[in-house]
Write a protein that binds this ligand. Structure first.
Ligand code: AMP
Length: 360
């Protein structure tokens, strides 16, 4: 087992599991710091493969390939959190894995995650465990007429989620999810959604970016804007929520905490993402140190960078066929295209960040 008593020096290799756009932007940030990357992805056409020195294309539960991956890396991290637990354990026996197996396990499952958040004394929407049609019915009766059924695992961008307005609908949604273990959540009539993207270093140092306000369309993030409409006190509270979570998980790396802002101003934790996050892309242009650099710094055991924001910013995702308009998009701000060949509906193809008052 390799140890990380010292920071990974320039020239060292950071392993990244997952080769999508997050892996790609992590690899670019690592390169700027003089670090190499090895990207592990289960298909050969990964966007991150285009920008890395080393790439491995193998299934996520191929233990032999994972051992080979651990061999060439000084530290390993993730761009997505749904790796099977035994595969994470296999990696963690061989190479430092940041964030660790515990943080990943805690956030892979909505029930464990929400229970953990509640135990920390933080607010969430009311939620109930649903493992049978009867439980779906009973849980719905405890809500005030509206809920969202969510599968406990493997949901993203609205997949594995259904809004339900009656006990019958809750049962039907549960059956549509093939009786996968789920939670039924009370529907939150929020005034807006924000997220805190923050980092915790190997030495316990903590640094949060300004929380952006996030607009979703069809369950996919459309736009993140900073500053949000939060008051100064709410911004501090939001950052403290992220710190509490990161400290309790003994977290190393960047994490994102998605929050609902209630009509009474309360901050409710919706979800924790144990990785860099779409709502933090604007940090590349608007902050001294981006979320991607910050994550690489933490994983490599380097001191955290300065998260302060030097401009107002709006980040917009480019989804599906919208990427065909790349020429006009290139005129309007900092354009990022992820190198994906096929523009399927709902697929994130790139994003553009516009700084207020000036163009990067
Ligand atoms: P999630 O996958 O849990 O992040 O949910 C995706 C999006 O669905 C959120 O960003 C909200 O816009 C919406 N949503 C999820 N849960 C709730 C809830 N309990 N009440 C209202 N809207 C929700």
């Amino acid at each position: 087992m390799k140890s990380l008593d010292h920071p990974v020096p320039p020239g060292g290799t950071i392993g990244i599991v997952g080769g999508g756009q997050l892996g790609r932007m992590l690899a670019l940030a690592a390169a700027r710091l003089g670090l190499q990357t090895c990207i592990y992805n289960d298909t050969p056409d990964a966007p991150a493969f285009q920008v890395t020195q080393q790439a491995m294309d193998a299934p996520y539960d191929d233990l032999e390939m994972l051992a080979g991956f651990a061999e060439v890396c000084d530290a390993v991290t993730f761009e997505f959190e749904n790796l099977p637990a035994h595969a994470i354990a296999h990696l963690a026996e061989r190479v430092p894995v940041r964030p660790g197996a515990h943080a990943l396990a805690m956030t892979q499952d909505r029930l464990t995650e929400k229970t953990f958040v509640e135990k920390l004394g933080l607010k969430t929407a009311p939620f109930f465990d649903v493992t049978s049609a009867d439980q779906a019915r009973e849980a719905f009766a405890k809500l005030n007429g509206r809920g969202i059924l969510k599968t406990r695992r493997f949901g993203y961008d609205g997949k594995g989620q259904a809004k339900v307005m009656s006990a019958d609908e809750a049962v039907k949604a549960f059956e549509r999810f093939k009786s996968a273990p789920s939670i039924l959540e009370g529907f939150v009539d929020f005034s807006c959604e924000v997220s805190v993207v923050a980092a915790r270093g190997a030495d316990g140092a903590f640094a949060a970016f300004d929380p952006p306000e996030n607009i979703h369309e069809h369950h996919i993030l459309r736009r993140s804007s900073v500053p949000s409409r939060l008051s100064g006190a709410q911004v501090e509270d939001a950052k403290l929520i992220a710190k509490k979570i990161a400290d309790a998980l003994d977290y190393v790396g960047v994490l994102a905490v998605e929050l609902f802002v209630g009509r009474d101003g309360a901050l409710l934790v919706n979800e924790i993402a144990p990785r860099v996050h779409n709502s933090g892309h604007w940090t590349i242009e608007a902050c001294a140190c981006s979320q991607f650099e910050q994550h690489i710094r933490a994983v490599a055991g380097w001191p955290l960078g300065d998260p302060s924001r030097h401009a107002d910013a709006v980040m917009e995702n480019i989804i599906g066929a919208e990427a065909d308009a790349w020429e006009s998009l290139a005129k309007g701000g900092a354009l990022h295209l992820y190198g994906k060949k096929e523009a399927r509906p709902g697929r994130k193809m790139g994003h553009v960040t516009r700084l207020k008052g000036k163009q990067p």
